[in-house]
Design a protein around this ligand. Sequence first.
Ligand SMILES: NC(=O)c1ccc[n+]([C@@H]2O[C@H](COP(=O)([O-])OP(=O)(O)OC[C@H]3O[C@@H](n4cnc5c(N)ncnc54)[C@H](OP(=O)(O)O)[C@@H]3O)[C@@H](O)[C@H]2O)c1
Length: 359
Amino acid sequence: MTPETSVNGPESAHGADYASIMRRAVELSLNGPAHNANPRVGCVVLDAHGAVIAEGWHRGAGTPHAEVDALSRLSPAQVRGATFVVTLEPCNHTGRTGPCADALIAVGVSRVVFGLSDPGDVEGGGGDKLREAGIEVIAGVCADDVMRVVRDWYDSAALGRTVVTIKWASSFDGRAAANDGTSQWISGVAARERVHQQRSEHDAIAVGTSTVLADNPSLTARLPDGSLYAHQPVPIVFGEREVVGEQLGQHPREALYLRTRDLRSALVELRERGIHSLYVEGGPTLASAFIAAGLADRFFIFLAPVLLGGNRLAVTDIGVSTLSDGIDLLVDSTEALGDDILISARRARASTTSDRKAA
Ligand SMILES: NC(=O)c1ccc[n+]([C@@H]2O[C@H](COP(=O)([O-])OP(=O)(O)OC[C@H]3O[C@@H](n4cnc5c(N)ncnc54)[C@H](OP(=O)(O)O)[C@@H]3O)[C@@H](O)[C@H]2O)c1
């Protein structure tokens, strides 16, 4: 895999403004589908004088990669000596399409500038292959801008499994429900609207069988007027009991019922199906099982200004018996939503490499 260097300045050693061209490539990448097995990738091709001669982007799994899409608009004479500016490291593996690194070598490009290295064990290494073929490679240009577009895909590729976001709504004293089980609604309208937005930003949404039995949830992502967001996450029910959610039957996506206790294997399989991000809505038992297994990567914690006491905790046993074993979180932001507070956090000490080693 090519080591990342930070090249965010406006000018490269060759005088071309690769940072602004990369930003154009990022813009092009947004034409691709946001929820797909493959990442969104954009590409701009420059001739030997630095003039833009083609643009391309990836339209989703099974279609040409961004570099190949741009190549298809050029004659062999135009491509020779060209510079390809592409958001992601050209791939080095044969999937549904051939390796892009080979395609670029074959047509005789002279330089490849890319934003982010491919973290995949199999797909990565395209940059090294290009260098070995004598092509100049500049890595890490506007890597942060690229990361903002492909974060879920990137993190799931680095972890080798679907990335997990745990969400809960609780009272200030950490209860997900009152003693009699009533929990709708702990949080206010603004918080609930945000939850629907967050659902729409994930590939899939998960609950445990007990939540299906207790709440008969629809698990759709809905706008304030009740209509559906364009993207609906795949609803997933975890648990061995044979439950069938009546409202889930009306969901625009077919629900998956995963009758397993092995959450890590389930996440590896989900990634193989192209699901990069999972929004775990609860209840407390399932959320705690993900946390205890070291599989909770991000957190959205909605705190409502009410005290409920009792034993219906938002998080139950997560395998922590003493303070020094506590699972540390890094807070990314806190935000007031009406009377509620949203804390966005992620697991501290979560090195993607060490997580993969633990697998
Ligand atoms: N405040 C909130 O944000 C919020 C959100 C959602 C739900 N809720 C409330 O939470 C309550 C339900 O929560 P709950 O904690 O009782 O149940 P739950 O987490 O919804 O479901 C628990 C079930 O998950 C299944 N499961 C799958 N993999 C598991 C694993 N690795 N470890 C443990 N369980 C696993 C088991 O089902 P099997 O026994 O079938 O195998 C288990 O019984 C409801 O009253 C609901 O209203 C609150």
